[in-house]
Design a protein around this ligand. Sequence first.
Ligand code: HEM
Length: 374
Amino acid sequence: TFAWYARMRQESPVHYDEQRGSWDVFLYDDVHRVMSDYKSFSSQTRRGVDGQQSDMLLMMDPPKHKKYRSIVNKAFTPKAVEAMGPRIVEITNELLSKVEAKREMDIIGDLSFPLPVIVIAELLGVAEEDRALFKGWSDTLVEGFSGTEETPQQLAARKNQASRELYSYFMQVIERRRQEPQQDLVSALLAAEVEGEKLDLPHLLSFCLLLLVAGNETTTNLIGNAVICLTEEPGRWRQLADHRELLDTAIEESLRYRSPVQGMVRKAIADVELGGQLIRKDQLITAWIGSANRDEHKFETAEQFRIDRHPNPHMAFGMGVHFCLGAPLARLEARTALNVLLDRFPDLHARQGQELKLLPSPMVYGVQQLPVLF
Ligand code: HEM
């Protein structure tokens, strides 16, 4: 991946892929432009069967996007996220207590996979007794195609089934909160309004689902990738355990160096020139965030992990109007998970001789398992 990016930045930074019939963009400035210039590059890369715009915030363009984003911004506030802090510490401690006696764990399976699902379930107000059900659905939704037991069609059918069940579950939660508001995100979303406009039911449902799709796997990978970055160099974990003031820059550098989201897709609204190339109306463009974040024009020693890198204008959370709504939550979860890990296991290290298996999709970066000893 990273070698390919480096070669493309040199040889063909705005590249037309004949086979796929779409564009790939590799330089920091170009990726920045493709993600933020919504007048030229649309987020509506697909249309529904009925040709309608998607109800998903992520796929909307301004001015529609501005309206819905400002409504959800009112509910999904930094304050609401901060209030989760103590609970995230508790959940992390519970997860680690299960493995402590073994002196080894899989960072992914034992910590970074369950943590964000539990957090988002609590944030949305999913009842304790429904937690397992809920986790099953959201796991299915983000499952990648593994190519063994079932066909892609079967997987798609299972995903459809899971999202239908999740929708009807959320319908019930929404109905209950409508009658009796609580201190949770769904109640806040029901109450949120901007200039007299509220979220209607389809948009509220889509948004709840988006939180699962956009927030779980990404956060899992952020925590996993950070642990890889911090354990691949001898002494780095210990250094951080003793110098916790480096934690924030360490997380930002992990986001840059191993970005959980490697690429975002846009569609040209009209013919547009980029890096001396003519992109035609309706052509798709992949903006390679993972390449932009290693562009040596922007970052000194870009191919090195520097734990104290500052400033660090990486684009791991995107850029422009779609900038990740969940960034404060993702950062809080990562900071908490790492702090608790560093407190409890200051001598944590990667298990030697284990080849780390990357996730199959080129659009995300993360490992399937991450065995560590402590
Ligand atoms: C948008 C990355 C965690 C919710 C985005 C975008 C990126 C991103 C790159 C921009 C998409 C675009 O421009 O088309 C990440 C990463 C995460 C993370 C790397 C973790 C490390 C989360 C979490 C949540 C979340 C925890 C919520 C619980 C969203 C939403 C959007 C979004 C709702 C759409 C915003 C909009 O369209 O206005 N994220 N995300 N993300 N993210 Fe995240």
